[in-house]
Design a protein around this ligand. Structure first.
Ligand code: V47
Length: 370
């Protein structure tokens, strides 16, 4: 170990010692890593943490997404998914359409349905109450991860109800957890440029806090690689870490790299692959209290997601069944679809042991071929 550290700076050695001793790294230390350290050093440390908890285990699930509509009144500049009603391709699904889609896509025993979409001017709480009720009646066992804090705020505003009321209504109709989107960078100056109409930082955090206090778990994300600075990434993660200290309600953190295709934000460069790996690693090191880091392959591509599993990530997300367009429209995987066998083989080839998980990260079936 000493040889590995001998050419490292004093600050890097201090960070390494903190990791060995299971001591939380500070915001300053995370910023130092972003500004000064190479991906291999960050990845080496992150992998120590990851293996301490999970050894060679990697989690995946069998899931589909339901993107009800891409018509959205928020018009965020980084988003390649939203459309105005008359634009092409703008779509909106009826409840019947959605039930047919779920039936078609759920043939291999999916355990999770992830429901999101734009803030549609007419589809409000009553539509989603009916949707959840029908899904729950037909699929009593499936985990419904639905909506981001942004949608919860929209329902609360349009119904003139509290966040707690809205979350309570959705929970009673079958929603099990909240998705992690809409966090972007939790700094309102940055949001003013990226997404001025979107939920403000404090509200995003407040809705997750209330959800956690009501026993509704959630995920959290970061959208990075656009106008933000390293210090903004650290600030964002600090906000999430502080909330997690308070509630323990986040299941996983999903770093989402800004994809430049097909949106109005005039940034055409994307974060390099080595920087992306480093970002996974620093997330793992800094967010010591969030149990899982997800390498979301429809966004990053399969190869990058596999590499991220050696840089601190432990979750490969799921089979997807070509059911999401957010990332294909932004320049990610064109047809995001992997069979369970493909996932297991990919993970095995990369040196991991694949475990199918449910949405609460309880292992469902150990892969018998290992
Ligand atoms: O909030 C939109 C991001 C998010 C772009 O909870 C973009 O398990 C990069 O949050 N480049 C929505 N990112 C997706 C999301 C998500 C995905 C998978 C799993 C889970 C989960 C959550 O996608 C948005 C935004 O941050 N996004 N456009 C883009 N051009």
């Amino acid at each position: 170990m000493k040889e590995i550290l001998q050419h490292r700076s004093v600050k890097e050695i201090e960070i390494a010692e903190a990791v060995f001793d299971d001591i939380r790294i500070s915001s300053e230390q995370a910023l130092y890593l972003y500004e000064n350290s190479d991906p291999v050093f960050c990845g080496w440390l992150a992998n120590i943490l990851k293996e301490r908890n999970y050894n060679q285990r990697v989690f995946y699930n069998k899931n589909i997404h339901v993107e009800v509509s891409n018509i959205c009144i928020n018009r965020c500049s980084f988003c390649s998914f939203y459309r105005d009603r008359l634009d092409s391709p703008a779509w909106e699904m009826s409840i019947d359409d959605i039930m047919v889609l779920i039936a078609e896509k759920s043939t291999d025993g999916i355990t999770e349905i992830h429901i999101t979409g734009g803030l549609h001017p007419e589809k409000k709480l009553a539509f989603y109450v009916e949707l959840l009720t029908q899904i729950r009646a037909k699929y009593p066992e499936v985990h419904i991860k639905a909506f981001t804090a942004v949608e919860i705020e929209y329902f609360a505003k349009t119904e003139n109800r509290s966040y707690q009321d809205v979350l309570g209504i959705l929970k009673s109709c079958g929603m099990n957890s909240l998705a992690g989107g809409g966090a972007e960078i939790l700094d309102d100056n940055i949001r003013e440029i990226l997404c001025p109409l979107k939920t403000k930082s404090q509200t995003w955090l407040e809705i997750h806090r209330i959800a956690h206090e009501m026993g509704i778990k959630s995920n959290c994300t970061i959208l990075y690689g656009h106008i933000e600075k390293y210090k903004d990434r650290v600030y964002h993660m600090r906000k999430l870490r502080e909330l997690q200290d308070r509630t323990g309600g986040f299941n996983c953190f999903i770093p989402l790299k800004y994809k430049s295709h097909g949106n109005s934000l005039e940034i055409n460069t994307e974060t390099s692959l080595s920087e992306e790996l480093k970002n996974y690693a620093i997330s793992r090191l800094f967010l010591d209290n969030i149990p899982h880091i997800k390498a979301y392959w429809p966004m990053s591509g399969v190869e990058m997601a596999l590499m991220a599993l050696s840089f601190g990530a432990d979750d490969f997300d799921g089979t997807i069944s070509d059911s999401t367009k957010i990332y294909s429209m932004a320049g990610g995987e064109k047809k995001p679809e992997l069979s369970e066998n493909q996932i297991r083989n990919l993970l095995s080839e990369a040196g991991f042991i694949a475990f199918e998980r449910n949405s609460e990260y309880v292992v469902i079936a150990e892969n018998e071929i290992y």
